[in-house]
Design a protein around this ligand. Structure first.
Ligand code: SF4
Length: 203
């Protein structure tokens, strides 16, 4: 692995399968064992990330689980999901992105995306795209907290205040999708003629 600069990802097999499940001795033993293995790899010059805190985890437990594992180990932490609800079947990319943003904000370094087909079947290319975008949003939300990486959000806020719809679309996560949904007006459809910014301009 060192010769070919391979990064090992040490898997997380003992994880909770529903939000009523929770971390137990076996999960903690696996985390600790993976950390021992990761140190052995690092001593031999092989890079490692460790998977943990994935699966299904109730929302309020996500930050403490992430902080616990980050406190035990200097290695990058990779999480799958986590899913903070079990009822979003068909929309698990959205549920997973909710959990992933909380995990990322609490310190997770790498998110494994989930598609709408999770628990149902193999994803189509369109489902893969939906899942990837959902998790890019989750990772970005985490980065705004962890690294203060919110310059693009500020730019969009300024463009919104300038009623620059096209500028906002250009700065968005998926400009193609935003353009498809846009009605082409400067102000947002919900406020329409009552847009506070538009009215203020008149005075
Ligand atoms: S339309 Fe409403 S939400 Fe949009 S910029 Fe104006 S006040 Fe804000």
């Amino acid at each position: 692995c060192r010769k070919h600069d391979i990064v090992l990802s040490l898997g997380n097999t003992a994880r909770s399968g529903c939000i009523h499940d929770r971390r137990d001795k076996m999960q903690v033993a696996e985390i600790r064992q993976n950390i021992v293995l990761a140190h052995r790899a690092l001593e031999r010059g092989v890079q490692v990330i460790i998977e943990g805190c994935g699966g299904h985890i109730r929302s309020d437990r996500i930050p403490s689980y992430i902080k616990y594992q980050k406190g035990l180990s200097p290695f990058p932490l990779f999480v799958a999901g986590p899913l903070p609800t079990d009822i979003a079947i068909g929309f698990d990319h959205i549920a997973g992105a909710c959990g992933g943003s909380a995990a990322s904000a609490a310190g997770a370094d790498y998110l494994c995306y989930i598609t709408p087909a999770e628990h149902l079947g193999l994803p189509t290319p369109a489902a893969v795209k939906e899942g990837l975008i959902a998790f890019r949003i989750a990772a970005h939300i985490g980065d705004t907290v962890k690294y203060g990486r919110d310059a693009q959000d500020k730019t969009v806020a300024e463009l919104r205040a300038a009623l620059d719809r096209e500028g906002q679309i250009r700065c968005s996560m998926d400009p193609g999708r935003a353009r498809e949904l846009s009605d082409g007006e400067a102000e947002c459809t919900m406020c329409g003629e009552f847009c506070a910014i538009k009215i203020m301009r008149e005075f």
